[in-house]
Design a protein around this ligand. Sequence first.
Ligand code: PLP
Length: 381
Amino acid sequence: MIYLDHAAATPVSKKVLQAMTPFMTEEFFNPSSPYLPAARVRAAYEEAKNTIANFIGAKGTDLVITSGATEANALAFTAASGKILVLETEHASVLENAKHYDAQTIRVDKTGLIDLADLQAKLTDDVELVSVSLANNELGTIQPLAEIAQILRETRLDRLKRGLKTQLLLHSDASQGLALVDINVARLGVDLLTLNSAKVCGPKGVGALYVGHGVRLKPLIYGGGQERNLRSGTENVAGVVGFATALETIKGHTVAARKNYTRLVENLKKELSARKVEPVYLGNPKHMLANFLPLCFPGLDAERLIFKLEEQEVYASTGAACSASKGEPSHVLKAIGLTPEEIAGSLRLTLGVLNNEENVRQAGKILAEVVNAEYARMKNE
Ligand code: PLP
């Protein structure tokens, strides 16, 4: 098979699985139990949390471990009791959660980049939280978080000068891009950051929320008081150790990974072009995750393309796995101004650890053949 959907899921590496296994077998103890073997498990858990936190320039005590990015996003929003602003292209886990708050959306441009003027216009005195993902999960567009943080800093100062005490926090869902963008919470200026293990060859069902100093959250669930009372439930020790090991594997390799995927994506484009297939490439060429290749074949039916690709064991998707499965047109592609016809002809290819020069070239060749066959079929109809 040739897998081109790493934004949806990634395989757990052998190293990660090996690190996790003891905590599901001989080291199965509950980290809160009062005997020595349990204390060992507690120590391993805290160490793994530190590793995850260090990856983003934070401390283990700054993290709340969750069941994934969806829960981390929901927990982040509990910091607000007033108005919140979210980018219109956010993942469903942000947009659907936002519906439970007094929320407004911020516009993006044709490349998926935030419209900073729209953000500034909507930053009224009652806004308490702004949520903008690090990188979009359909387009790969990387948002200027440091610039957004600066705008929020200035707004905070302005509020203070006018004697207003309303908080203004910046949350970012960094589910996509953890392996390709250097993330440091202080440098980025975020107050809340969502992390997702499943996208970096860690286990699914594990995530974390970085919580900056002074940010007050309300628990979503109550119980034994784990994670400083913010997320009760017996700790997922194996999952957290797996996530930490996955991050250790990618640490220090972002530059090399970016170079690698840039080359592979270029090769794929060349394969298409050599076979006279010239799609419309979506996203922002300057601010884009290197492993993303969102593209559009106007007039074609992407669902059919996916089916035809699958027949040759090439796996791709039309967009986010969750919205694609509902059969609704992508709100992200709508937001960047694509017509319904263009949306229907759009594919998202995302490269990752299962790709190499050889299988990417092969994928390009197969995609070109499938696309050319579809155009030929339509001509003859
Ligand atoms: N946010 C983004 C940007 C994502 O890509 C995903 C995964 O698809 C999620 C949130 C949801 O993550 P999870 O399924 O781990 O809750």
